[in-house]
Design a protein around this ligand. Structure first.
Ligand SMILES: [Zn+2]
Length: 318
């Protein structure tokens, strides 16, 4: 079991993506990648467990759907707008919104952090709206990709557990077992776009695990070669960095010591998504296509695309 936390993403909007100058100081650091780093103090909530959906996505079993729906109505009784969002997520994608149980999160080099349940209602409803918007974006995006090739990728039928970190703005999110846990007090997720990027990164971790923990076997050699060349030199790593995310007082997120190959993989996947999405939406292409950088980039890009995204690459040749 792995446990992922995403921290310290910088914003990289498409217009100025991947420019080192676009980086700015961030709250905290990399992803928790050590196995089993969360210590449950209490179990999750007593809500009905979501039906495990087969890949790529399917609604929960018809028999349990009314019960889950009813539980959502009860859970969100205090906020009609949030209830609408949660019910729509369930009806459209089979996603179940819930809270994370109180627990102590072992953030490795970030220390131990207390997490408490936080239903995304009232002032925190915007996070639910961002998450819902992101998942809707993924539906549209993968519908476009599926016109090219079938993908072995699941982004629906998830459990979404909201929490608040106490006295800390990290982890922003983490993912395990078709569940993404999301921090309403995270330092990164302050806009819809950032939340969407975080969601894509986290969901990739789920699929990576589902593909037999794919990334260690397929990307470690590439990541190692890059790190042998550059160590932690940000200048040296810049052409290899899938996204502009850097760790405060550290280096690119994908190469930050303590972040293993799962993080590099998730960032490459996020970059693949960003570049394809720009093409799908007819937007300005992402500057400096990743695959047109050093040879290692193309190898990682193609491997990720082949395994998870049907080998689709809509980005023009270099
Ligand atoms: Zn991660």
């Amino acid at each position: 079991m792995r446990h992922k936390g995403r921290h310290g993403r910088t914003s990289w909007n498409e217009a100025r993506a991947f420019s080192v100058t676009a980086l700015f100081a961030m709250g905290l650091t990399g992803c928790a990648t050590k196995p089993g780093v969360a210590t449950s103090a209490t179990k999750g909530t007593s809500a009905p467990a979501p039906a495990p959906a087969p890949a790529p996505a399917s609604a929960p079993a018809p028999a349990s759907a009314p019960l889950i729906r009813e539980a959502l109505v009860t859970r969100f009784a205090s906020d009609a707008e949030a209830a609408k969002l949660a019910l729509h997520l369930f009806d459209a994608d089979g996603d179940v919104v819930d809270v994370l149980g109180a627990q102590v999160f072992d953030g490795g080099y970030r220390g131990r952090i207390r997490l408490v349940p936080a239903l995304p209602v009232g002032v925190d409803r915007k996070h639910l709206a961002w998450v819902a918007g992101a998942l809707e974006d993924f539906d549209d995006f993968f519908a476009a990709i599926a016109k090219q090739r079938e993908v072995r990728y699941r982004w629906r039928g998830l459990t979404l557990r909201f929490f608040r970190s106490v006295g800390n703005t990290t982890p922003n999110a983490f993912a395990r077992g078709w569940t993404v846990s999301y921090n309403v007090n995270g330092s990164i997720d302050t806009t819809a776009e950032r939340a969407r990027q975080t969601l894509f990164h986290e969901i990739f971790h789920l699929d990576d695990a589902d593909h037999g923990d794919w990334s260690p076997a397929h990307l470690t050699a590439i990541q190692d070669a890059i790190e042998r060349k550059c160590a932690t030199s940000t200048a040296c790593l810049e052409p290899y960095a899938p996204t502009s995310t850097v760790v405060r007082r550290g280096t690119y997120y994908a190469f930050q010591p303590g972040n293993d190959v799962h993080e590099y993989a998730a960032e490459v996947a996020l970059r693949w998504y960003a570049e394809q999405r720009a093409v799908v939406r007819g937007e300005r292409p992402v500057r400096r296509p990743f695959k047109c950088g050093p040879a290692e980039n193309r190898r990682a890009w193609e491997a990720v695309a082949e395994e998870f995204f049907g080998g689709v690459d809509l980005v023009p040749a270099c």
